[in-house]
Design a protein around this ligand. Structure first.
Ligand SMILES: [Zn+2]
Ligand SMILES: [Zn+2]
Ligand SMILES: [Zn+2]
Length: 376
């Protein structure tokens, strides 16, 4: 997590015109005067990201600590809100391999119910959106962090390594207009895709948080049960031993039931105390213009042909997945629907689990049409 924070801080500071150099777990920065003033740190400054753990104490003394909740990070996030949070860089000097259309590419993107042929390969520039999201999860404890999501703006595929590895290449700052003219999907669609990837990542990151919260909840619930059910049991035990009857017995039984009702109330309170509220906010977007190889796959399903762009990424040195038009997840193998030639991943190509009929999740985003009609 400290690494994410270091990458994020570096990205923002460079966007603000700082010279930044990584030094082990820390970074050294030469800040423009205005940025130093905004962050209330010297112009020549060191930032460290992990709390000193006893071994590196000597480097800890002169470095500003950046952690979640630290004043420096709060000022960086506030600065993003006030001073623009969108930047564009173009990467340069990346090697694009020589590829000609043929089976090598075709095997990467096998059609499940159609014929597929690679018809063209050419170099091009593609924008990738790197969205930084900040999440905060609050229950009886609080945790927060930043996740970075990279999405190919032409294919909508998630290309996770680009979020961090773009800085391995030389880059130059460009204007926002330059990138907006080359994006083929509407921005809201791109943003939704990034957000759904971020939500999945955040769920994964928060797994430990949830597990330890559930353990504490269970422990507290058991304590309450032991206490209140113990009282009820004791009252009823006494009642039996004394052989009481009539109004006196009723009164004692009433007390036992009151203890049980109190338990229900306390358990509700406990559930409220341990309920989780997760907030996610976008704090910045970086557009990275990347030189890639653009291959065109032509898929033929019955009489119709659909051309699908696929991309070879020089940072990964691999072909990127394409996005399923049903669930939006990454996939390499695709099937095509009959009506509109939507692309589906293997999972989305499965028949409806309830009625067994096939349908296209791209044409029917609200689910199986047969079952929907059946349920009114
Ligand atoms: Zn799918
Ligand atoms: Zn169905
Ligand atoms: Zn369809």
């Amino acid at each position: 997590m400290a690494e994410d924070l270091a990458a994020f801080t570096t990205q923002v500071l460079e966007h603000w015109g700082a010279l930044v150099e990584a030094k082990g777990n820390a970074i050294e920065a030469l800040l423009p005067e205005a940025v130093a003033t905004r962050l209330q740190v010297p112009e020549e400054v060191r930032f460290r990201f992990a709390a000193a753990n006893g071994t590196g104490t000597e480097e800890a003394t002169d470095a500003q600590l950046v952690t979640y909740g630290s004043p420096v990070l709060e000022k960086i996030v506030a600065g993003l809100a006030a001073h623009g949070s969108v930047a564009v860089v173009a990467l340069q000097g990346l090697y694009l391999k020589q590829v000609t259309p043929g089976p090598d590419i075709e095997q990467m993107f096998p059609p499940l119910n159609a014929r597929g042929k690679c018809v063209k390969v050419e170099p091009t520039m593609v924008p990738y959106g790197i969205f930084n999201f900040r999440y905060t999860a609050v229950s009886d404890e609080k945790t927060e962090g930043i996740v970075a999501v990279a999405v190919n703006a032409r294919s909508l595929a998630e290309v996770a390594p680009v979020a961090h590895r773009w800085r391995e290449a030389e880059w130059q700052e460009r204007s926002v207009h330059e990138v907006l003219s080359t994006i083929s999907h509407p921005l809201p669609q791109l943003y939704r895709r990034a957000k759904s990837v971020a939500q999945r990542q955040i769920r994964r990151v928060l797994q430990d948080f949830h597990q330890s919260r559930e353990r504490r909840l269970e422990r507290d619930r058991q304590r309450l049960e032991a206490y209140y059910l113990g009282i009820a049991q004791e009252i009823r035990g006494r009642l039996q031993k004394k052989g009481l009857g009539g109004t006196e017995a009723e009164r004692e039984e009433g007390k036992a039931r009151a203890a049980e009702r109190e338990l229900l109330l306390k358990v509700h309170e406990l559930q409220d105390k341990y309920a989780v509220r997760v907030q996610v906010a976008t704090i910045s977007v970086l557009w990275v213009l990347l030189p890639v190889l653009h291959a065109t796959m032509a898929y033929q399903r019955r009489q119709a042909v659909r051309e699908v762009p696929v991309f070879w990424n020089p940072l990964l040195k691999e072909w990127e997945a394409v996005a399923c038009e049903g669930c939006r997840e990454n996939t390499f193998a695709v099937s095509l629907c009959d009506d509109k030639q939507h692309l589906s991943c293997a999972v989305c190509s499965q028949p409806c689990p309830t009625c067994g009929r096939r349908f296209c999740r791209g044409c029917q985003p609200r689910g199986c049409p047969t079952c929907r009609k059946g349920s009114g």
